[in-house]
Design a protein around this ligand. Structure first.
Ligand code: MLT
Length: 410
């Protein structure tokens, strides 16, 4: 008889975003005339930048001719894209990362889950709380946790609280951990880790032989020049960190799909018998065995993000969403809410008013103002009493959402 993976049965009812989708669907079916504005899932709304679209069109035309047709590409990504990434995103910022340490993929969500394939089940895993649910759920699926308790915390994981009291910056773990997920700019809180803090994490990881899984998918939203864009700006990070980056939130690739993961050749871990081994060949083996590469037109489009026109258009796009974030942040503050984030990040993290739980505030906003956000408790128990709004939307929708929220909060 075929046996299922029991670990899946430990997962809470549904992935957060489908659960929100279910509730919104039920509401819109019962209220068909309601004009619902969705500030829940962090999905971009503005079209792809013209320089990228133009490059993609040309790439499709190449595929239409026998002489320039392409079949399978290298699983790790075409050299033209890996080189553009290494040069622009790392070497230009003084980071010692080479093109062959860059693995192009179809998304950071996939990569942050897939990376677990190359790590033993006995690793102790630390996550921030609140946390991007994918880090937790993929560890549950692979069997690194026990059951969830009443507050939704899984046995075996180390949770690092991030609340207003610690400025949403986690303290170093007080117990031995092996894998540490850090996300900066943070999803969901919008908080960023400064250089001094990242130095502490890198030192901790090196001292404890741990590996940091650094998610920098929102790096493009950093406007404060003193903040690090990559963990490799910190000395020693090549020996203790893997970094995840994406074209989704800067260049609008949420539907197109392109991202990358950096695995330095100097990163090592130990085998169960205590032998030290390089991580790089393991990820190379995993990636080339289970993945066949991102499509050629998409990689050509991603490379165009680094052209002078592409860079300028992306800066404008990011600036547009950041202005949305500013409008939301300042507008909601003026309406009396306590608001965090939204400065170097596209997410606004709100303290729910009147002591409402996160899901109560979700229901209030949906039923009274026809607005959708994401309940903070969906990101972890420390997110209870908070609520996330995404700045990814049209300006008209942001303004309308703000006006409805202000009316409701009066
Ligand atoms: C979110 O809303 O948290 C994002 O859509 C997450 C993601 O990019 O997968």
């Amino acid at each position: 008889m075929a046996r299922v993976n029991d670990n899946y049965l430990k997962l809470k009812a549904g992935y957060l975003f489908p659960e929100i989708g279910r509730r919104v669907k039920a509401f819109t079916e019962a209220n068909p005339s309601a004009k619902v504005i969705r500030l829940g899932i962090g999905d971009v709304t503005e079209p792809l930048p013209p320089a990228i679209v133009e490059a993609m069109h040309k790439a499709v035309d190449e595929l239409a001719k026998r002489e320039s047709f392409k079949g399978y590409g290298p699983e790790q990504g075409y050299d033209f894209l890996r080189e553009a990434i290494a040069k622009n995103d790392f070497q230009a910022r003084g980071c010692d990362i080479s093109a062959d340490e860059v693995f192009v993929s179809d998304g950071s969500k996939c990569d942050t889950g897939n990376i677990l394939d190359i790590f033993g089940l006995d690793n102790k895993v630390a996550v921030q709380d609140p946390v991007y649910p994918v880090y937790v759920d993929t560890n549950v699926m692979s069997g690194r946790t026990g059951e969830a308790d009443g507050s939704g915390r899984y046995a075996g994981l180390v949770y690092l609280p991030c609340t207003a009291e610690n400025n949403f910056s986690p303290s170093l773990p007080t117990e031995k951990v092996d894998l540490i997920y850090l996300c900066s700019p943070n999803n969901p809180t919008g908080a960023t880790l400064n250089k001094e803090t990242l130095v502490k994490w890198v030192d901790f990881a090196k001292k404890n032989d741990a590996i940091i899984l650094y998610d920098a998918a929102y790096e493009a939203y950093i406007t404060d020049n003193s903040l690090p864009h990559s963990i490799y700006e910190i000395p020693g990070a090549r020996e203790c960190a893997i970094e995840f980056r994406s074209f989704s939130k800067n260049a609008g690739f949420t539907g197109t799909r392109c991202a990358y993961t950096v695995v330095p050749k100097t990163l090592t871990g130990t085998t169960s018998s205590g032998e030290r081994r390089e991580i790089y060949p393991l990820w190379m083996r995993r990636h080339t065995t289970k993945f066949n590469g991102v499509s050629y037109p998409v990689q050509v489009g991603a490379a165009a993000a680094y052209s002078p026109a592409g860079k300028e258009q992306i800066a404008k796009l990011v600036g547009f969403y950041l202005e949305n974030a500013r409008l939301l942040r300042e507008g909601l503050q003026a309406a009396g809410l306590t608001v965090f984030g939204g400065v170097n990040a596209p997410y606004i993290w709100i303290k729910t008013p009147g002591g409402q739980t996160s899901w109560e505030f979700f229901d209030t906003l949906l039923s009274k103002a026809h607005l959708v956000g994401t309940p903070g408790s969906g990101f972890g128990s420390c997110g209870e009493g908070y609520f996330r709004l995404s700045a990814f939307n049209s300006r008209a929708n942001i303004e309308e959402a703000l006006s409805r929220a202000t009316k409701l909060l009066k």
